[in-house]
Ligand binder design. Structure first.
Ligand SMILES: C[S@@+](CC[C@H](N)C(=O)[O-])C[C@H]1O[C@@H](n2cnc3c(N)ncnc32)[C@H](O)[C@@H]1O
Length: 261
């Protein structure tokens, strides 16, 4: 049985079922109430240079334009989703620089060579859909590299400890891993690979809070804030149907103080 790889994850996102799912959300759902609140709070400058990683069919990127942000770059590694984002931009007369790249190969992207972003977004758990922690750290490092010191990073993850039920499920999963009885396609404890009607196959790594805090420090980011979505806003039924609760993270690109040389 094949282990989960970036190639498998990308193929799943390019699959028609996933493309229809994310395109529908881009056209009809738009921003979650919680996303809008945090964007207003942490990205007050509409003239900021913003980069959206894992933009999919454009749900967030197009909404950012409609909120008044005017300097937007967005990328995804799934060509079919990116084509949908492109069509939506044309339809809504939105100007966003869209490009195709894998977040773990961002450094090789010539479009970004002259820009230092004021902010980066990786919404709806996209970062956690990169298999292997070393690759997620690589993406975090490369996102930091295209930002100016002090730039703001907003992203989401699940949280294995978010409820007593989750904790109980993960205790059982830990026992499976200890006995070598985990799903053989998985790479690391915390991984899940599952299929849902109308969405298709999904790979997701579910971290605990300590893991993300350590990854931020290791990759040039300073943790600023984190909060579960339910504590930010009560989402509509359609948002809750589209997405489970998650943890929002806000970090700043590390800016060495003069005493650090
Ligand atoms: C859950 S979807 C969210 C899409 C969109 N941001 C939204 O909120 O509707 C995660 C997105 O991240 C993208 N993604 C996952 N891994 C990626 C990677 N390594 N590089 C670039 N994009 C990636 C997927 O193709 C997908 O579009």
């Amino acid at each position: 049985m094949k282990k989960i790889s970036p190639k498998i994850v990308r193929a799943d996102f390019n699959d028609l079922t996933a493309v229809v799912h994310y395109t529908r959300a881009a056209h009809t759902l738009g921003l979650w109430a919680s996303e809008r609140i945090l964007l207003d709070r942490y990205f007050p400058d509409k003239n900021a240079q913003l980069l959206e990683a894992g933009c999919g069919a454009g749900r967030v990127a197009v909404a950012l334009w409609e909120m008044g942000y005017r300097h937007l770059h967005a990328f995804d590694f799934a060509e079919e989703l990116l084509a949908q984002a492109q069509s939506l931009c044309i339809e809504r007369k939105v100007r966003i620089t869209l490009f195709h790249v894998d977040a773990i190969h961002l450094a090789a992207c010539s479009i970004l060579s002259d820009i230092r972003f004021d902010g980066v977004l990786f919404m709806f758990n996209g970062l956690m859909q990169i298999p292997l922690r070393r690759n997620r750290r690589r993406a975090l490092r490369q996102l930091a590299a295209v930002c100016r010191p002090g730039a703001t990073f907003l992203f989401t993850t699940h949280d294995r400890d978010s409820s007593p039920t989750e904790q109980a499920l993960w205790r059982l999963e830990a026992r499976r891993w200890a006995r070598g009885r985990q799903d053989p396609v998985l790479r690391e404890f915390g991984d899940r690979y599952y299929e849902e009607a109308g969405i298709g196959r999904t790979f997701m790594h579910l971290p605990d809070r300590a893991e993300i805090l350590a990854d931020l420090v290791a990759t040039g980011w300073q943790h600023e804030h984190d909060v579960m979505r339910r504590a930010v806003a009560a989402e509509s039924r359609s948002v809750r149907d589209f997405s489970d609760d998650c943890r929002f993270w806000v970090a700043k690109k590390f800016a060495p103080s003069p005493s650090h040389g």
